[in-house]
Design a protein around this ligand. Structure first.
Ligand SMILES: [Zn+2]
Length: 286
């Protein structure tokens, strides 16, 4: 009797350990708009739409990058290239902007249907979720998506940047108008995928001195361009402010886009934070 009881207990505790993947918990913490069907690790929206989390494509995000970037088939693929938050400094205390490895593009693998579902499936739907954000640095106004804290995060970025430019006036040029822009419903140039600007969750800072890989590839179409970043290393201070408010930087992509910052809090949260927030807030199953 005792044996069977113990066997039963160990069986139940084993099955309780069939854990939801940590990155899926981060996804829910960032965008708590869905339920998780635990058995199949599927995301379920209130309207019945389901999206798979597990990646069973057998593709390698580094080797098969071009194929995956055009057609992300699972939510897990968005996490396969981890985003390296923060910057290293050299012994003199100066920031180092590291050139990413081949196809190291953390955040560029996006499951498009997910972003459409949470931010707006059509131009009109996405537009209806935009609010005007005051860019504190120069008091210009920019549309940004109000959902999941995106617009609030952008406003906070601009306040932190204003403080930074008081300390380092030379940096003001990079973050004052003319900025590249925010909300813009359009496909990515050279791709059938929608740009994240379509949802109003990305901002391009002043493009005048920034670099974008597609501008360089057009000069030499047979070659992947060598990483370029003409912004001085102090850009790291700007990028750190964005990162601490939930934005990733396109300057950490081998397919560089150094003016581009994108609200992707799920890629920046620590696993411990996700775990804690998920356990506290995810509705318990009846
Ligand atoms: Zn951009």
């Amino acid at each position: 009797m005792v044996f069977w009881l113990l066997a039963f207990l160990s069986f139940t505790s084993f099955s309780a350990q069939a854990e939801i993947p940590k990155n899926l918990k981060c996804l829910w913490v960032a965008y708590p708009a869905f339920k998780i069907i635990e058995k199949s690790e599927t995301v379920l929206f209130p309207d019945g739409t389901q999206m798979p989390y597990p990646d069973d494509s057998g593709l390698d995000p580094r080797k098969d990058f071009d194929q995956i970037v055009e057609n992300v088939t699972s939510l897990e693929q968005m996490f396969l290239i981890p985003y390296p938050a923060g910057f290293q400094k050299n012994p003199a205390g100066q920031y180092i902007v590291r050139a990413p490895g081949l196809n190291e593009d953390p955040g560029r693998l996006r499951y498009e249907a997910f972003f459409k579902k949470i931010y707006g499936e059509t131009q009109a739907a996405a537009r209806s979720n935009q609010v005007w954000v005051n860019w504190a640095v120069d008091h210009s106004k920019w549309l940004f998506n109000k959902k999941f804290g995106a617009a609030q995060a952008l406003e906070k970025v601009s306040i932190d940047l204003l403080k930074l430019t008081h300390k380092h006036p030379a940096l003001a040029h990079y973050v004052t108008s003319p900025l590249g822009g925010t909300f813009n419903w359009r496909p990515i140039a050279g791709s059938h995928n929608m740009s994240v600007h379509s949802f109003g969750v990305a901002i391009d800072i002043n493009p005048s001195k920034t670099d974008y890989w597609r501008w360089d590839i057009s000069k030499n179409p047979n070659q992947v361009p060598k990483f370029r970043n003409r912004i001085p290393a102090e850009i790291a201070e700007i990028a750190e402010i964005f990162e601490s408010n939930g934005f990733i930087w396109g300057g950490k992509w081998s397919h560089y886009d150094t003016m581009h910052f994108e609200y992707r809090p799920e890629l920046l949260m620590s696993k411990e934070y996700c775990e804690h927030q998920f356990n506290e807030n995810y509705p318990k199953q009846p």
